[in-house]
Design a protein around this ligand. Structure first.
Ligand SMILES: CC(C)(COP(=O)(O)OP(=O)(O)OC[C@H]1O[C@@H](n2cnc3c(N)ncnc32)[C@H](O)[C@@H]1OP(=O)(O)O)[C@@H](O)C(=O)NCCC(=O)NCCS
Length: 183
């Protein structure tokens, strides 16, 4: 059964607490990036986008300063993390949505995205934006996002990857106009 839940980010070694999801999240990230996108990006870009999952990478992920503003949800099946998504309410941004390639096209990405959109609506956001990887554009298009041109995403190691700027309004057409939000 698929469960979408809050990510657990406590330290793995903490006694009496449930294990952190960070390793599971990063394993999904690595598998997803080195899966479908290989037809769209060079290998050095993929390695920069998602390096091998080492203890150092896990520690760095937990300590990233951006972490404080991120809302992280995981998709769990049979007690394992099979996908994750990140919303940044301050920036009205979907920062991540990744699913294990072997479970692609089973609705897991959509379940994560829908939950992030629900949380965004709850937080009072009118719209969402994101940088879609070229391979992920069809997923977002199918789920109501609009493409707004090509952009570049700076990767942690300094390389740039091409992406598609996308956005979606979460409010209806009529309330968009009454609230003065431009299309
Ligand atoms: C993009 C991603 C999150 C989609 O997750 P998923 O669980 O496979 O997507 P879903 O099964 O929920 O797809 C929902 C709908 O989106 C569309 N869609 C999803 N993937 C698609 C693809 N590769 N090509 C065309 N349409 C696609 C389809 O309409 C699909 O419905 P259908 O299967 O009934 O036709 C996943 O493929 C992934 O992790 N990709 C690699 C990492 C990545 O690039 N993430 C995005 C970073 S911006």
């Amino acid at each position: 059964m698929l469960i979408i839940r809050k990510a657990r980010e406590v330290k793995e070694e903490s006694e009496g607490e449930e294990a952190s999801d960070i390793r599971g999240i990063l394993d999904v990230h690595y598998a997803a990036v080195h899966g479908e996108p290989i037809d769209y990006y060079d290998e050095d870009v993929l390695d920069d986008w998602s390096p091998l999952v080492t203890d150092e990478r896990i520690a760095n992920f937990a300590q990233r300063p951006q972490r404080q503003e991120e809302v992280v949800r995981v998709a769990e099946m049979d007690n394992a993390v099979v996908g994750f998504g990140i919303l940044v309410p301050r920036l009205s941004e979907i920062r991540a949505c990744y699913v294990l390639p072997r479970l692609a096209r089973q609705g897991i990405g959509l379940a994560l995205l829908s939950e992030l959109e629900r949380l965004a609506g709850q937080a009072g956001l009118d719209w969402l934006n994101l940088n879609a990887a070229l391979n992920a554009e069809p997923f977002y298009l199918a789920n109501g996002y609009v493409a707004d041109g090509l952009g570049k995403q700076l990767l942690p190691g300094g390389r740039e990857m091409s992406c598609v700027r996308m956005y979606k309004f979460l409010v209806s057409e009529s309330s968009k106009w009454s609230r003065g939000i431009l299309p």
